[in-house]
Ligand binder design. Structure first.
Ligand SMILES: C[S@@+](CC[C@H](N)C(=O)[O-])C[C@H]1O[C@@H](n2cnc3c(N)ncnc32)[C@H](O)[C@@H]1O
Length: 254
């Protein structure tokens, strides 16, 4: 399998990159994303938009956000491609009660409408073609009540940190983890490579993404019948500026 061509387009079923090997280490490897500093502001932000007391999470994973959000009284439904990630969600307190549909969040229907649909942790980039990302926005619009909101948390493409002519950017260099992105500015394709060292053994994981600019997302939202309502640098509503390395964007269905 070629990690850079893991998804060939809407005619091809997407591949599950969050298989047993990734799912088994996901919570530990993303430990800093599970701290209350990271989770609580996100949950508070999302709960404030779930006026129908129900929400749909695309790429629900092991329930990092869905579980605390459901403890706030929001009935969360999830979509995820990975049965292995969802199995981890099921093992956690409250995880059995969350309804999850296994499938591609760009196209999967759950047969209900929500006041809030959300997609966090740059998971929009897991859709590796522009067609798939546009399809995702259209699918979200179909799942939203009129006036409902779609929230995306994603990184701003890291191109200001890529010297002219270079294609590789390291993002983690420690004695136990080497991580670097391979970036193709012509196609907006980015492959993240991870080399984990543990007990004298090395494990390699490579995952394909398509990075996407906030303004391009605004156009996708417009195609799907939604308009930008708010954009912040983070969940605490810090101002989004030229220096922001991430954004939290909210589009509203007419
Ligand atoms: C980075 S994890 C985020 C999980 C969780 N939302 C969190 O914040 O911890 C991305 C999740 O999206 C799922 N995913 C990636 N591409 C998908 C797709 N096309 N359709 C459905 N799920 C997908 C993966 O299986 C994984 O569980």
């Amino acid at each position: 399998m070629d990690a850079t061509t893991g998804r060939a387009g809407r005619g091809t079923e997407p591949l599950n990159f969050f298989d047993e090997g990734v799912a088994a280490r996901y919570d530990e490897a993303s430990a800093e994303m599970f701290t209350s500093d990271r989770v609580d502001p996100a949950v508070q932000f999302l709960a404030g938009l779930a006026w129908g007391h129900s929400a749909l999470e695309l790429g629900i994973g092991t329930g990092r956000i869905a579980l605390p959000l459901s403890r706030k009284g929001v009935l969360v439904h999830g979509i995820d491609l990975s049965p292995q990630m969802v199995a981890r969600l099921r093992e956690k307190p409250g995880g059995e009660g969350i309804e999850v549909t296994i499938g591609d969040f760009a196209t999967t229907k759950v047969g209900k409408r929500f006041s809030l649909v959300y997609l966090v942790y740059s998971t929009i980039d897991n859709l590796t073609t522009q067609d798939a990302q546009v399809a995702c926005f259209c699918n979200v619009a179909e799942h939203l009540e009129p006036g409902g909101c779609f929230v995306v948390e994603a990184g701003v493409p890291p191109l200001q940190r890529l010297p002219p002519g270079e294609t590789v950017r390291p993002f983690s260099v420690t004695s136990t983890h080497l991580g670097f992105d391979e970036i193709d500015v012509a196609t907006q394709r980015l492959t993240s490579h991870h080399y984990f060292v543990s007990a004298g053994r090395m494990e390699v994981v490579s995952m394909p993404f398509r990075y996407v600019w906030p303004a391009e997302l605004d156009l996708m939202a417009r195609i799907a019948g939604m308009t930008l309502r708010e954009r912040w640098a983070d969940w605490t509503r810090e101002q989004f500026t030229a220096d922001s390395d991430a954004h939290v964007s909210v589009w509203q269905k007419a």
